[in-house]
Design a binder for this molecule. Structure first.
Ligand code: 2U9
Length: 389
């Protein structure tokens, strides 16, 4: 067909003529089937660049394009005739719009292919270190991820719960006597009492999450609970908000021997040592009986602390068998089920492992501190790949 090799400009002129013929006598022409319409449509499938396609779109459908300008005086036509014209013109407009949209997709894909073929990205190249504002993973997040990886490897799920807790879950169900010092204002952030007299508070430990877990899940239970905790405590080594991770095992036969093994495995993995000296000292917590505090063997030399062996001890966590009262408070018969729990400060073990001197720096968002102590986002800690980068 001679037409389709005609330059586009001529096709436009012809289209104008045919639209005017259509307006004059709609019955005298079948605009959607004319050779010229077909040529324009096939031209729109061979346009080879965006500029030309844009030009075609503007000249065909743009504000001053052939079709809109030819239709500008359509209002002057009688409605029946307007309908006859529209019946022919709308399919043509739609056809051109579809061809232009499709050709735009085709050109985009061609461009990407061309770049893919020409541009080679050497993925082995080290990531160019952007200036220091590149983010760093906060040590708390890093250590929480390390802890989660270690305990997940031992079959522990992660449980979470609200920071704002009830007095009942944070204290009562955990066997805290009514007059326990932790329950008064100077130790705990309380909200104003509710109309029913109950008081909400900012949780002082993540233990209420274990209570929620025991109330909502039948044994066996194996969970760790990392999270923010709050106490009215602010000095060189305490901040009003800090982070804890607690753990809980409840089933029929778990005993202190299992607890010692889990904590020993944890310490070896966390401090990345093959063997670790541990010391279990009797202690007291309202929610465990017996209760123990655990020290890890270490050696201090030149300000550095080496973990695992040495003639020094550092307390890292507390633990114990879940108190029978707590079992009962959580709907479990202590003669049928038993279990143990532990708790440690995430900020504290992070400072120990990575030798960070000042707890408060954790919360000051000082970019210099973060770029020094922070971790690279891509170095996600896994047991296989090594916890610390
Ligand atoms: C339930 C039963 C028992 C959680 C435990 C500790 C010991 C403990 C401290 C560590 C450092 C708090 O951040 S810290 O000061 N925690 O020593 N926590 S046993 O025992 C539970 C919890 C929940 C239902």
């Amino acid at each position: 067909m001679a037409e389709d090799r005609q330059p586009f400009q001529q096709l436009l002129v012809k289209l104008g003529e045919e639209i005017r013929q259509l307006k004059t006598d709609p019955a005298s022409i079948q605009l959607p089937q004319t050779g010229n319409t077909t040529s324009i449509a096939s031209y729109l499938t061979i346009v080879s660049n965006f500029a030309e396609l844009e030009d075609a779109q503007v000249k065909l459908l743009g504000k001053n394009g052939v079709i809109p300008s030819e239709l500008s005086d359509l209002r002057s036509q009688p409605s029946e005739k307007r309908r006859e014209i529209a019946v022919q013109l709308n399919p043509v407009k739609q056809l051109f719009e579809e061809r232009i949209a499709n050709q735009s997709r085709v050109l985009k894909e061609a461009e990407i292919d061309q770049r893919l073929n020409t541009e080679s990205v050497d993925v082995t190249l080290p990531v160019r270190e952007a200036p220091f504002e590149v983010g760093r993973v906060h040590p708390i997040t890093q250590v929480t991820d390390e802890l989660t990886a270690i305990f997940a490897d031992m079959g522990f799920a992660v449980a979470e719960g609200p920071d704002i807790e009830t007095d009942d879950y944070n204290f009562t169900k955990l066997n805290f006597p009514a007059d326990h010092p932790a329950r008064d204002m100077h130790d705990t952030f309380f909200f104003n009492p509710k109309p029913d007299g109950t008081r909400l508070l900012l949780r002082t430990h993540t233990s209420p999450v274990q209570v929620r877990t025991m109330l909502s899940q039948k044994p066996p239970i194996r969970v760790i609970i990392p999270g923010r905790t709050y106490r009215c405590d602010s000095d060189q080594t305490h901040t009003p908000m800090f982070h804890q991770v607690e753990g809980l095992v409840i089933d029929k036969g778990s005993h202190l021997g299992h607890l010692k093994w889990i904590l020993e495995e944890f310490c070896k993995a966390f401090f990345e040592v093959d063997k670790v000296g541990m010391r279990f000292r009797p202690s007291f917590f309202p929610f465990t009986e017996p209760s123990l505090e655990v020290d890890i063997q270490c050696r201090r030399d030149k300000g550095e602390v080496r973990f695992g062996e040495g003639n020094d001890w550092l307390e890292i966590l507390g633990c114990g068998m879940v108190h029978p009262n707590v079992m009962r408070n959580c709907g479990l018969d202590p003669d049928e089920y038993q279990g143990f729990a532990w708790g440690m400060g995430i900020d504290r073990v992070a400072m120990l492992k990575y030798g960070m001197p000042d707890l408060r720096a954790f919360f000051e968002a000082d970019v210099r501190w973060l770029s020094h102590y922070g971790f690279r986002p891509l170095d996600f800690p896994t047991l296989a790949g090594g916890l610390s980068p």
